[in-house]
Design a protein around this ligand. Sequence first.
Ligand SMILES: C[S@@+](CC[C@H](N)C(=O)[O-])C[C@H]1O[C@@H](n2cnc3c(N)ncnc32)[C@H](O)[C@@H]1O
Length: 394
Amino acid sequence: MYPLGLRLDRRRVLVVGAGNLAHRRVPRLLDAGADVLLVSPHARDSLRAMASEHRLRWEERRFQASDLDGAWLVLAATDDPAVNAEISALAEEARVFCVRADDREAATAWTPAVGQHEELTFAAFAGGDPRRAAALRDRLLELAATGEVSPPRFRGSGTIPGVALVGAGPGDPDLITVAGRAALAQADVVIADRLAPARLLEELRDETELIDAAKIPYGRQREQDEIIALMLERAKNGKFVVRLKGGDGFVFGRGGEELDACAAAGIPVRVIPGVTSAIAGPALASIPVTERGLVHEFTIVSGHVAPGDPTSLTNWDALARLRGTVVVLMGVRHRGAIAAALIAGGRDAGTPAAVVMDASTPRQREVRTTLAELGDVEVTSPAVLVIGEVTRQR
Ligand SMILES: C[S@@+](CC[C@H](N)C(=O)[O-])C[C@H]1O[C@@H](n2cnc3c(N)ncnc32)[C@H](O)[C@@H]1O
């Protein structure tokens, strides 16, 4: 076997059969720019959709020899071995490489297990064993995701690599995104929040400078100014800086301010979203924030200032009049006042509610209650308060 990368841009690829194999292979052919001709009396919905969007041409009939005219490659992917054999015999005569769904030994071309990570493409063959090939491909993808195979985008190479604003997820280190993990593995400097998962920090390279944002003294605003100053200073010195936040950095995470600061300083910045505790917390307690036929909206609010406080920007009365789910972050201290404001605004005191504490960590704990009793249940931080019908026990 001789491995090869095919450049298929605007080159005809004939796909005969529109079942499982075609469903799996055609999207990648289209991504490569191939001019796909699909021949099959029937097609799966996804392939029909591609035809109706004019991404490929679908001939709604059985294969005929002239379909091979002009093709550079053929996929014989019907469920009839006799038809596949006929296609591959004609392809052989026409000197067109043919991949066969049913008989790899009779095929003149094999497709590898393929993986893509940013600009890297992995193709694995494993002596004809597709499971081993897939396992090998997955291992390579893991290496790429953890940064062991560095995509050039993050390499220093003389220019400023910049800042990545990375959401770390709610606490379980497995709940960071693949992109977030890759950024951490390549970081020269990591500025981590209090809620950033400790195990992710353990995995950093020895030479990565770790700055614990929680240890920076001063009050809240001074602290944020100091973090931004450090972030910009390190980035201007050519370091690749990861600003790591719990959950998603753009949900009560001040990510917007950091984005603005980078933009104002001319520092390249990339936002890598995270899994927010506002949705993951309830989900990990089996609470969907929406439910068909029951709740068509959810609102995420900050409870860090009590309702009625002059600095509060939340219209609790309006929120009380909605029937959807209310998710409160930073609401532990004011939970009684929040519940009272919602009841005063018209929510039923018996509305079910739940509190999910330390979501996704080994310490995760949940309490089910009602709006009227939310202020009385024992709660520890960090916690997500969830109010609404979706919190009824499943
Ligand atoms: C400053 S906010 C940051 C939210 C974060 N950016 C996010 O998207 O999850 C901190 C609040 O998030 C919530 N929180 C974060 N992690 C949590 C977890 N693992 N379990 C429960 N609540 C969590 C708590 O309400 C906490 O007070």
